[in-house]
Ligand binder design. Structure first.
Ligand SMILES: NC(=O)c1ccc[n+]([C@@H]2O[C@H](COP(=O)([O-])OP(=O)(O)OC[C@H]3O[C@@H](n4cnc5c(N)ncnc54)[C@H](OP(=O)(O)O)[C@@H]3O)[C@@H](O)[C@H]2O)c1
Length: 370
């Protein structure tokens, strides 16, 4: 890992975005809670100085820390200007990249980070982006000793770490896991998770929200309700009958941006604190000493990961705790660097303990001999 002195331990790139503002707030919260001596110098980065300052002022007000703006660096950086990306990367050990959609904006950041010996964590929910980055940059990242860790938000920390937790809690060898996601939207809730590139956006909302979403004419929503939803999208299990999941098929940047704008406007008026997620894992495997070739699996385990609203509360917590783990437990990361999923990067670290302390809770529901 690059070790030379740099002015900032971490930089939140895209701090002015809807998610970036919450990530900024979460970093500030983490730093304020730390002992003075262990606080890390950090910065926000983006293309508008004014917007970055507004984000810092908002966080300062929310956290009751008027001096925040003067404690945090500001770096001006635009994806379309590679030199500015290099400059940002050179100043930090770790970039928290919140500039998406990643299939349009992500690669130049990965490239600049690797070239400048800087590690990077993102919250991408687009699986093909991480696959592409692994194929193109894993070896280069390893040569430079830097870590590019993708999908470290709600996608896919609870899923990845949930499987690892299930494996670690099993009294034997885990051989299969099935997982189910429940989103609780609350009585009035509108929780919209902007997910993978193929399905682009999953919306969980009430009927009124859906009617409004359908009126965004450039979108082609495919509404799937109730049991049909469970059949077609088993990972998105909706407990309430009036909860829906709608995949929007579109990879055009203007469609994605317009949809995001709509979602952000509606989310600002929505009570995110009434929303939560539960991910349940059913694992099976073999107890110690059982011959795998000759026997059927003979132990089962059920575990859960529970947390607050997925997109903009759990995601910043997951990303920031991943960053803190990266910065504090470097010796527990895979040796040498490369491009990683969160599970591959953090399997030997204490990230689960950190998440447990920050509201994303892992627990064993049941464990039994079959
Ligand atoms: N994994 C998860 O569970 C999860 C959860 C939430 C979000 N996400 C992902 O996070 C990403 C951001 O989402 P969002 O809702 O926060 O989007 P957003 O509000 O549109 O924010 C985008 C950010 O990117 C910046 N940006 C855009 N073009 C840029 C450029 N050329 N140079 C520098 N900065 C640029 C914007 O800066 P300006 O303010 O200057 O426009 C803004 O800060 C998306 O890819 C989303 O899918 C993932």
């Amino acid at each position: 890992m690059a070790t030379e002195q740099r002015p900032f331990h971490l930089v939140v790139f895209g701090a002015s975005g809807f998610t970036g503002q919450f990530v900024t707030e979460e970093v500030a919260r983490e730093q304020i809670a730390s002992e003075q001596s262990s606080r890390l110098p950090w910065a926000v980065a983006g293309r508008s100085k004014e917007k970055l300052q507004q984000v810092l002022e908002k966080a300062a007000q929310k956290l009751g820390r008027p001096s925040l703006s003067s404690e945090v660096g500001v770096i001006i950086c635009d994806i379309s200007n590679p030199a500015s990306l290099d400059e940002m990367a050179k100043q930090a050990k770790l970039v928290l990249n919140c500039v998406g959609p990643y299939r349009f904006y992500g690669e130049p950041v990965v490239k600049a980070c690797i070239e400048n010996g800087t590690s990077c964590i993102d919250i991408c929910g687009e699986p093909q982006f991480l696959e592409l980055m692994h194929a193109k940059y894993h070896e280069k990242a390893a040569e430079k000793g830097v870590y590019i860790i993708g999908s470290s938000g709600f996608d896919s920390i609870p899923a990845d770490l949930g499987v690892l937790y299930t494996r670690n809690q099993m009294n034997g060898t885990l051989t299969a896991v099935e997982s189910f996601l429940t989103i609780n939207t609350g009585p009035e809730g509108l929780c919209i998770h902007d997910g993978t590139w193929k399905s682009a956006i999953y919306g969980f909302g009430d009927k009124g929200s859906l009617r409004k979403l359908r009126s965004v004419s450039c979108l082609k929503p495919v509404p799937i309700v109730g049991t049909k939803l469970k059949r077609r999208w088993p990972v998105s299990y909706c407990r309430e009958l009036n909860s829906y999941s709608i995949p929007f098929l579109g990879s055009d940047i203007s469609v994605v941006k317009r949809t995001q704008r709509y979602l952000h406007e509606n989310l600002e008026d929505s009570p995110m604190d009434e929303t939560s997620f539960t991910m349940t894992f059913f694992g099976q495997g073999y107890s110690h000493g059982t011959c795998v070739e000759k026997n059927k699996p003979n132990i089962r385990i059920c575990t859960q990961v529970k947390g607050p609203e997925a997109g903009y509360v759990a995601t910043p917590i997951a990303m920031v705790q991943a960053a803190m783990t990266f910065l504090s437990d470097a010796s527990d990361l895979p040796k040498g660097g490369g491009v990683f999923t969160p599970g591959a990067a953090f399997s030997r670290t204490k990230l689960i303990d950190r998440l447990n302390k920050h509201g994303i809770e892992f627990s064993v529901i049941s464990s039994s001999e079959v």
